[in-house]
Design a protein around this ligand. Structure first.
Ligand SMILES: [Zn+2]
Length: 437
């Protein structure tokens, strides 16, 4: 679906890490890695962009298969329907999905993501076994389905095979549908090794580690997983769900004696390679722990809103210098701009103020929020992404300056229009590793 641009792109305005630059020539090599960026420079040999250029967004958290339950989980059957009853419906639907379905669903989803402005995704992939909980004849079948989907669609991928041991805090027995998620430690590490061998040298792919949550993995399991990582790929990303629901925090305190993030930091050397997904219910002390560690918090605004999770204390975390990213999680929404919009609006409503962080800036709030979550996403993806800079991937969005909503506006006004008011119709093209998608 993609066609190569010869060597690069010429743009009147490009969003660099420190703001907008004028007359920028971007060059890349055959693998789509940026080889040079020249500002105040016009190269007539390069294709001309039709509008301002920004780095493509990273989707830091996705469960691809959940795209198919959108619309099937919105009929409430009880006054107390919640995250946990939603999860039951999701589990039941999952029982019908095999490797071919997974590849088709993920391919279609990733094409949607690209059109919407995501150029990379971190897939938190926990369905490894068949519906009876047995390994497939090819034990890597479900992971390969995701890799194939990334290759067919063209999206960059950090694949995070999930380690899952228990059905709840206190090493609870697994529920029926959870058998599909479980691999022995040996099988899990072998899977990681084979996937890494398979993807080595491909700048569009990376493999990371994902203990599912403190509900599903005990401290010993996390240590064993980290032992494998430290011996083989010590800087690879580690993602974990944490503190999404109040009930989860209460159960963690009852069984483990501490709040989830507090417990995690007590048991694991969390650093900038980690990404904590949700962290919705974090105390101020826990926010400080995360911010000082350099770890990123992966926020999934539309999913967290759909599931009634709660509101993350964003302003407090950012004030501590914390790193945040956005993810589509259940894929009820596949648009980075809608995620950013909801993220910002929920905070404004909660705090009853427009300027959430109370800071002024030469660039608009939408551009600033985009860059902020982009950098967090890059860090969590463990690949050279998110900057128009030598050595980084040429993953770019080109805005369409002729779109009725963007016409006669400055580059920053155009991009803020996209973030707060428009959608992918305002993009003229999406480029991934130097190829137009
Ligand atoms: Zn998730």
């Amino acid at each position: 679906m993609s066609k190569s641009l010869s060597i690069g792109l010429q743009a009147q305005q490009v969003l660099l890490p420190d703001g907008w630059a004028t007359d920028v020539a971007i060059y890349w090599d055959a693998q789509g890695v940026i080889s040079d960026v020249r500002t105040s420079h016009v190269d007539p040999e390069l294709e001309q962009a039709h509008g301002p250029v920004v780095p493509g967004m990273i989707n830091v958290h996705s469960h691809a298969f959940q795209r198919t339950i959108v619309g099937r989980t919105h009929s409430f059957t009880s006054p107390t329907d919640d995250f946990w009853t939603w999860r039951e419906v999701m589990y039941q639907h999952l029982s019908t999905i095999g490797p071919h379905d997974m590849e088709r669903i993920a391919t279609e989803l990733y094409v949607e993501m690209i059109r919407a402005g995501y150029t990379s995704v971190c897939e938190f992939h926990y369905v490894h076994c068949d519906p009876e909980g047995n390994l497939y004849p090819d034990p890597d079948a479900m992971s390969i389905a995701i890799l194939n989907a990334a290759e067919t669609s063209g999206i960059g991928l950090t694949l995070l095979p999930v380690f899952y041991q228990f059905g709840g805090f206190g090493e609870k027995e697994l529920q029926l549908h959870q058998n599909r998620f479980v691999l022995s430690l040996g099988d899990y590490c072998d899977l990681i090794t084979r996937l890494r061998d398979r993807t080595n040298g491909n700048p569009g792919l990376a493999i990371g580690y994902a203990p599912h949550s403190l509900r599903a993995v005990n401290a010993r399991g996390i240590h064993q997983l980290l032992d494998h990582r430290n011996a083989n790929a010590p800087t690879s990303p580690v993602h974990i769900h944490v503190a999404e629901q109040v009930r989860e925090v209460e159960e963690c305190m009852a069984v483990l004696g501490k709040r989830p993030i507090e417990y995690l930091f007590d048991k694991a050397p969390v650093d900038e390679h980690w990404c904590l997904i949700h962290a919705t219910h974090s105390s101020q002390e826990e926010l400080s722990l995360v911010a000082s560690s350099g770890a990123t918090i992966g926020l999934c605004p539309t999913t967290e809103a759909d599931l009634g999770d709660g509101v993350f204390p964003l302003a407090n975390f950012l004030e501590l210098g914390g790193s945040v990213a956005i993810g589509s999680d259940s894929n009820i929404c596949v648009s980075p701009f809608e995620e950013l919009r909801l993220l910002d609006y929920i905070q404004r409503v909660r705090l009853q103020k427009r300027n959430v962080e109370g800071i002024t800036s030469a660039i608009g709030a939408g551009t600033r929020r985009y860059l902020q979550t982009l950098f967090g996403g890059c860090q969590a993806a463990g690949r050279p992404l998110g900057q128009v800079k030598k050595g980084y991937l040429a993953d770019l969005l080109v805005l369409n300056s002729q779109h009725p909503q963007l016409r006669d506006k400055s580059s920053d006004e155009q991009f803020n229009t996209v973030v707060y008011s428009s959608d992918s119709a305002a993009l003229s093209s999406v480029i991934i590793r130097g190829k137009k998608c």
